[in-house]
Design a binder for this molecule. Structure first.
Ligand code: SIN
Length: 534
């Protein structure tokens, strides 16, 4: 098998991976591997914006309080403090690197989103904030000759021995390659693709969570999945997000009889927390026996709507919906996983030399429900911190010499050497299982869960246990294996949490329940562990 040794390995090239690369670049050679093209990440598609306490009327203390409230009692306060305090610095730095945020006159323009008590969401080109972040970060990354990128390199497994990480095995150009590194950062994003309806791009298959778990990394908060209330539901249209910022600018929800309904669910109406809006929409869909509700912007000035949401306007028109004149059919979809690979405040996992940042990580900043537009900020703040910690570790005696003996040992133990014909067509039954898995997770482990639905999901997942033992040969199949692993972890966590907190809603336990403040923590080959937050 081909082998390559670098100083630092980053898996994933969204906001967290790229920000980490910038931090690492002065300290050695950095390799960024992605399973698709470099810009193909959830970051690229983020619309609404990035939350930061920088406006004249805002304070970091208020951003802190709003984040804790959204997290429903399960945020790690020290991590949230870091997020809101270091956020402004990271944004100003990004602006100095050329990121362009929209302005009102000469001042940055902040908008409102649900559960924020101040206007604090920065946006770019109206509704293409993630694209602008990705552009500015990639431009900065390219300015460092020490950073190289391997696109279309699928990470199959981490190289871990004795709880120490030495890099990863990737599949590139149909071949398997060992990439050895002093420290490795996982920045692979989320897992939305395990649900039939999702806002996430096709690459979001939970790969980082699954490979880290198989190598002995601790996972936390896997039951907390955030569902976005407003996703386009038009014939032949993709599952296209309709940003919360639209409601921030005055868009109204109506049921299929054109009646408004949000005021009867929450005093903040359309700007109630995301999980409340999602469940309200679902209950209206059930009540009216309909597949959708409507988002209405027709009362807003047409030119304002076109200028403020140019990408959404153009995309909806492509599917024959003129958002300035017509009601937009919408329904909820899976959007973000709050749980993931457990890290400390510096992105360190329980495996030495392995760091995680961005959606794949569970830093604890989101608790049971993420405050809107906090995730790009988390990627910047904790991407930089993980980069710094990975550099310190790599340059210290622990990470300094990746000894040949250790490499040989880890190479043999981590995965058998075998050829990888990457262009093989996936077998049809695997495609069928992928579809059925996504349907199962959406219908049984989705927005509203109960003992019965979760039990059915567990039973079906057990029937597919052969997935764990099969040797897979293609990216699609390896993704399925990861999706299956993550689905089991979400389902089991949802069964264990007999109560409703944040985005996890159990119809059979609508109250928070005893011991709600505990976090569910998983580690492979150990029985479930609970950990007390306070
Ligand atoms: C949106 O634009 O509604 C998504 C923002 C987010 O999920 O933070």
């Amino acid at each position: 098998m081909e082998k390559e040794t670098v100083d630092f390995l980053i898996i994933g090239s969204g906001v967290a991976g790229l920000r980490a690369a910038i931090e690492l670049a002065p300290h050695g050679n950095v390799l960024v591997v992605t399973k698709d093209r470099p810009a193909e990440s959830s970051t690229e598609y983020a619309q609404g914006g990035i939350a930061v306490a920088l406006s004249d009327e805002d304070e970091v203390g208020i951003h802190f309080e709003d984040t804790l409230r959204a997290g429903d009692g399960l945020c790690r306060e020290d991590a949230v403090k870091i997020l809101v305090e270091q956020g402004p610095l990271r944004i100003l730095e990004l602006i100095s690197w050329g990121a362009a945020f929209d302005k009102e006159g000469s001042k940055l323009d902040f908008t409102m989103e649900a559960a924020h008590s101040r206007k604090r969401i920065l946006h770019s080109h109206g509704d293409s904030t993630g694209k602008e972040l990705e552009r500015a970060l990639l431009k900065k990354v390219i300015s460092f000759p020490s950073v190289r990128k391997y696109p279309f390199a699928f990470t199959e497994a981490l190289i871990v021995t004795a709880d120490k990480c030495f890099g990863a095995y990737v599949l590139i150009g149909g071949q398997r390659k060992a990439l050895f590194a002093k420290s490795t950062i996982l920045a692979t994003g989320g897992a939305g693709q395990i649900f039939l309806r999702t806002t996430n791009p096709a690459v979001a298959t939970g790969d980082g969570i699954a490979i880290a778990f198989r190598s002995g990394a601790v996972l936390e908060d896997m039951e907390f999945i955030q569902f976005h209330p407003t996703v386009l539901l038009a014939p032949s249209a993709p599952q296209f997000l309709l940003s919360e910022a639209m409601r921030g600018e005055g868009a109204i929800l109506r049921n299929i009889h054109k009646e408004t309904f949000m005021k009867s669910y929450h005093p903040d109406a359309e700007l109630a927390p995301r999980d409340v809006v999602t469940r309200a929409i679902l209950s209206q869909m059930v009540r009216t026996n309909s597949s959708h509700v409507y988002l209405d912007l027709t009362h807003l000035d047409n030119d304002f709507v076109k200028n403020r949401f140019p990408r959404i306007y153009a995309t909806c028109l492509q599917y024959d919906v003129d958002i300035t004149k017509e009601l937009i059919p919408v329904s909820p979809a899976a959007h973000y996983i709050m749980g993931g690979v457990k890290t400390d405040k510096n992105g360190a996992t329980n495996i030495r030399g392995l760091y995680a940042a961005g959606e794949v990580a569970c830093t604890g900043v989101h608790g049971a429900n993420r405050l809107a537009s906090n995730s790009l900020l988390e990627g910047l703040v904790f991407g930089a911190r993980a980069g710094k910690a990975a550099a310190d570790y790599g340059l210290s005696s622990s990470g300094h010499h990746v000894k040949d003996a250790e490499l040989k040992d880890s190479k043999e133990k981590a995965a058998p050497d075998r050829p990888f014909p990457g262009r093989h067509k996936p077998s049809p039954d695997m495609e069928e299982i992928r579809h059925l898995l996504r349907k199962l997770m959406w219908e049984r482990v989705g927005i509203i869960r109960c003992e019965e639905s979760l039990g059915e999901a567990r039973k079906k997942l057990e029937e597919w246990s052969f997935i764990d033992d099969r040797t897979f040969m293609t990216r699609r199949e390896l993704e399925l294996k990861n999706m299956y692993e993550v689905s089991k972890l979400i389902t089991e966590s949802a069964i264990l949490r007999k109560g409703s907190v944040g985005a996890h809603y159990r119809s059979d336990y609508p109250q928070t329940g005893d011991g709600w403040e505990r976090h569910i923590v998983w580690k492979k080959e150990e029985s479930l562990k609970y950990e007390f937050l306070k």
